[in-house]
Structure formats: structure tokens, C-alpha cells
Design a protein around this ligand. Structure first.
Ligand code: KG4
Ligand code: ZN
Length: 332
């Protein structure tokens, strides 16, 4: 079965073709980051308009690369939520219009399920069950994943998501938007021991997390050290990254201990962070568990994870034409 996947929940338009036998055939992505950067964050109306401009050319490019035609498609998966309502409506409308024209079903995919199952696109892929650490710009959750559709929420952030903390701290340091990758790059040059930042809720005894206090601590440091020179900025980045990575690693280890599971899967944009990967690899060696990551190109939002999750959920396919979106939607 050939599944077309469309992602348009935020600031990336992604389209992919996934074959249930042959795997991922092709995927194309357009990032709107440059367009939103001058506003310091995503402007929903601009996001929707750009999705409209991009989605059909990307669909054609994806079909061309895979050497397939629209009529070869068996089902169309699209991100139905959570996300920006207008942006979601673009993907949902295009998916349902194409499906209606082709007489094929649609599959409404939960964006986080796309992220959660994306490590299955890696080689080697993890087998179920596993613990998943979902770390994106909008969510930070630990889940026990027993199988496709069987998700148990173990703990989550009580305030900011990890990616949000990266982005907000980067903004305070004048690193632009979204500053997570830039902050991480500078952190590699900094001295993490010069400033000591808090590890909120590290010893809370549960799997809840909190990152807004960390951002406030960065704000206080920025005021205290102002005007910032390059070295100080890098040192603050290093201290911030070390704090957030320590919390994410320790909470992941606690989740493995609590569930008795031996496989950890990382998903979402912050999963691209080099120091987080290094710390998890190190812990996995010492504590004898396995850790899996999606390919770097599939860590942030993309159409491949939606086509793939859609293919896994083909059994839930619906007749096209009665679509809805869910801007707010809990996975578990
Ligand atoms: O999963 P994603 O593309 O979008 C959401 O669904 O939110 O994640 C984007 C987030 C942003 O906050 C971005 O700053 C962060 O992932 N991110 C990183 C890195 N690459 C992306 N954060 C830290 N280090 C990175 N290397
Ligand atoms: Zn995402």
C-alpha cells in the first residue's frame, strides 16, 4: 500500500510517500523559518498562506522523485493536530480534496504519534515495547509505547517544553529564532562550569519536568552579565544546555527504571541535540539499555513521519470528505 503523508501543523510543509513493503520512497520539506525569523516567532497567518503555496509543488516533487503518480496512491495521511488551526486546515483540506478526487481514504494523524513512531524509520529500528522521550518545541513527554496506538503517558513538563526553553533562552541571548540549534552550537564552545543553573524538579520523585525556571535563570544571568561578550554568551549556553540535558537524561533513566523497559527512543526536534545524544549514549553503555534516534533529517517536523504513522494506522482510515482538525489534542 502506498501512503501519501502531508504535514502542515506549524512552520514546515512536509510531503512524503511511504510504501508498506518498500518503506520510505521520497520526502520533501519546505521550512518557513527564514520567513518567521524577522518576527521572532511563528506568525500563524503567514504560516497558513505559505503552506498553501508549497503543498502542491512539494507533492508533485515527491511523486516525481519516487517515479509514481497520484493515481498510484492508496491512502492519504495528514496531520490533524495538535498545531495551528489555519495551518492544519491547509494540509487537511488538500489531503481530503485529493482523496475525494481519487476515491481513496484519508488517515488523520496525531502529530506527536508521527514523532513517536519516527525512530521506526531508522535502521536498526526498535521493537515494542519502549520508553519514548518526546522533546519538541511544543511538547516534552515521557511515554511507554506498548505498540501502535497503545501509549501510556508517564510524565511531562508542567510548563515550557524543552525546545521552547531552548528557543526562549536563545532569544534572551540574542541568537534569533528558533535559536535551539544556534544555542547548542555555541554551547559546544563554552565552559559549562562557569555558571551554575538550576535543575528544576530533578528530585521531584516522579517523571514530571519543568523548564520555565531555567529560562528565568538565563534571563537573570543575561541582566547580571550585560553587556554580553562572546565568551560569556557561549558559557551561558553551555551551562543552560548542560542543565537541560541532565534533567532529560535523569528523567529518562527514571522512566526506564519505573517501567522495567530496556529500550529508549528519542523523538522530536530537540532529539537532534548532540550533547543530549552523547549523554544518552553514555548512560546506555553504562546501564545496559538500548537507545534509538530517528535519522537527524527526520527529528524535526517532516512529512515522512506522517506518511509512516499513517501507514501504521491504515486500519483506521476513513472515507474522505468528513474531515476535522484538532488544534488541541492529547495523545495519551
Ligand atoms: O519537533 P519540532 O520540529 O517541532 C515541534 O513539533 O515543536 O521541534 C522543534 C524544536 C525547536 O524548539 C528547536 O529549537 C529544537 O526543536 N531544536 C533543537 C535542536 N534542533 C532543533 N534544540 C536543541 N538542540 C538542537 N540541535
Ligand atoms: Zn513536531
Amino acid at each position: 500500500m502506498l501512503v501519501l503523508g502531508i504535514e502542515s501543523s506549524c512552520d514546515e510543509t512536509g510531503v512524503a510517500l511511504y510504501d508498506t513493503e518498500a518503506g520510505l520512497l521520497a520526502h520533501h520539506l519546505h521550512s518557513q523559518i527564514a520567513m518567521h525569523a524577522e518576527y521572532g516567532g511563528v506568525v500563524p497567518e503567514l504560516a497558513s498562506r505559505d503552506h498553501i503555496r508549497r503543498v502542491l509543488p512539494l507533492t508533485q516533487a515527491t511523486l516525481d522523485e519516487a517515479g509514481r503518480q497520484l493515481t498510484d496512491i492508496d491512502a492519504i495521511a495528514y496531520t490533524a493536530g495538535p498545531g495551528l488551526a489555519g495551518a492544519l486546515l491547509v494540509g487537511a483540506s488538500v489531503a481530503n480534496a485529493l482523496a475525494f478526487a481519487l476515491g481513496k481514504p484519508t488517515i488523520a494523524v496525531h502529530h506527536l504519534e508521527g514523532h513517536l513512531l519516527s525512530p521506526l524509520l531508522a535502521d536498526p529500528a526498535p521493537s515494542f515495547p519502549f520508553v519514548a522521550l518526546l522533546v519538541s518545541g511544543g511538547h516534552t513527554q515521557l511515554m511507554a509505547v506498548h505498540g501502535v496506538g497503545h501509549y501510556e503517558l508517564l510524565g511531562e513538563t508542567v510548563d515550557d517544553a524543552a525546545g521552547e526553553a531552548f528557543d526562549k533562552s536563545a532569544k534572551l541571548l540574542g541568537l534569533g529564532y528558533p535559536g535551539g540549534p544556534a544555542l547548542s552550537k555555541l554551547a559546544d564552545q563554552g565552559d559549562a562550569t562557569r555558571f551554575k543553573l538550576p535543575r528544576p524538579m530533578l528530585h521531584s520523585g516522579d517523571l514530571e519536568m519543568s523548564f520555565s525556571g531555567l529560562k528565568t535563570a538565563v534571563l537573570n544571568l543575561v541582566k547580571e552579565q550585560s553587556p554580553l561578550n562572546e565568551t560569556t554568551t557561549a558559557d551561558i549556553c553551555a551551562a543552560f544546555q548542560e542543565a537541560i540535558v541532565e534533567v532529560l537524561v535523569k528523567k529518562s533513566l527514571a522512566a526506564l527504571k519505573q517501567t522495567g523497559l530496556k529500550r529508549l527512543v528519542i523523538a522530536g526536534g530537540v532529539g537532534a541535540n548532540r550533547q543530549l545524544r552523547a549523554a544518552l549514549d553514555d548512560a546506555a553503555r553504562k546501564r545496559r539499555f538500548e537507545v534509538f534516534y530517528p535519522p537527524l533529517s527526520l527529528c524535526t517536523d517532516n512529512g515522512a513521519m506522517i506518511a509512516h504513522a499513517g501507514a501504521k494506522r491504515l486500519a483506521f482510515a476513513q472515507a474522505a470528505g468528513s474531515f476535522s482538525i484538532q488544534p488541541r489534542w492529547d495523545l495519551a
